[in-house]
Design a protein around this ligand. Sequence first.
Ligand SMILES: NC(=O)c1ccc[n+]([C@@H]2O[C@H](COP(=O)([O-])OP(=O)(O)OC[C@H]3O[C@@H](n4cnc5c(N)ncnc54)[C@H](O)[C@@H]3O)[C@@H](O)[C@H]2O)c1
Length: 419
Amino acid sequence: MEFVLIGAGQRGMIYSQYAHGKGHAITAVAEKDAVKREIARKELDIPAERCFADAADLLAQPKLGDAAIIATMDRDHFGQAIPAMEKGYHLLLEKPISPVPEEVLAIEEKARETERLVVVCHVLRYSPFFREIKKQLDSGAVGRIVTVQHNENIGNFHIAHSFVRGNWRRSDTASPLIMQKSCHDLDLLVWLVGSGCRQVASFGGLAYFKAENAPQGAAMRCADCPLRDTCRFSAYKAYLPVMGNWPATVLTENQTEEGLREAIRTGPYGRCVFHCDNNVCDHQATVLEFDNGVTATFNLSGFTNRIARTLKIMGEDGELRANEYTNEIEIIRFAANGVDRCESRVIHPELTASGHGGGDAGIVEDFLALLEGRQAEAASDIRYSVESHMMACAAEEARLTGTVVRIADFRRRHGGTRP
Ligand SMILES: NC(=O)c1ccc[n+]([C@@H]2O[C@H](COP(=O)([O-])OP(=O)(O)OC[C@H]3O[C@@H](n4cnc5c(N)ncnc54)[C@H](O)[C@@H]3O)[C@@H](O)[C@H]2O)c1
């Protein structure tokens, strides 16, 4: 297969390197940053004349491959996905499809109209961990699902990196937190529960990462701060010890101590976490009711130590507890009383080296199988992904307006014609 890559950043390179490593060609790249463009050219063996400084330049060419990998920032996807499909490309499209509900629905509609295959990068559907949970639920391990408690534990240093200092700190330039971080979680809920969502309520906000919580004497940047040896958010503590690895790799291509110190001195990741221009939530609690009657609570929080999802799925006959960090899925069947031993077992799904617990490799494999006609549909086809995006947008509306939002009404108000 032949791919063109639009956006050779963190995500775009992961998918492209995987496909390239499996013998598929990356025939062209569009990347704004000259250093990243050159890295992509070299690592992916792309002819120099097919390296473009902007997606629009690549999309102005005749069709250069079978499919486009679109991995630019959230608000760029719409303006690139529509012309790419019109040009004839199938799409591996990063999530969120778009933070704007009308654009989400328009991309889905364009895929249908042009008969393009569009797989949205809900990589968790492909991780052995979540696949095992799905398999257990479908085989009736806990009986019919009644209610779910789901936590997305963002991790304290991770929220400071990505959602306070980083690319996704503002809902107007990127996406609201529930869309950016948790279209994945809402997609998992739809998939695991096996139903679309009926209605949603949501509460939360920005509790901590704001000026009023800055310690006395804190400077605007870590480089100038007298507290930098004691503050746990010091950029020197966050990035220097992990040089060469995420998240230090996000700061600069120059992964030397000198390069990182310079990025901390001058770049966005050296700003005080209490003095950034962030406006996305640092905690958000959402309540959902699904069309099949299942209820769920979803807690999205930056105030956790680990970066891992934890779930409790409660069914008529038992409960399933899952902890992504310990890679444990515990299934307990209810006993008749409080004395008898419950039937219980613990599963440790296969661990893989690929990112997102194997999901990054899994989604590319699925997309390849689809393109090569080895399978009829993808687990993360855009038709399925639209539901989680409507839920995320509706949850944000519910949070901002203090209302309960019905998903069908929300879809209609934003131009959706399908139920
Ligand atoms: N599936 C997941 O689990 C997951 C995880 C993280 C991020 N993401 C999503 O992936 C997308 C990219 O995130 P990232 O971390 O790779 O960001 P990134 O900043 O590393 O990469 C985006 C790249 O797009 C380039 N770019 C921007 N505008 C361009 C244009 N007009 N033409 C060509 N190139 C352009 C930028 O220079 C940058 O290199 C985001 O939408 C993000 O939400 C998904």
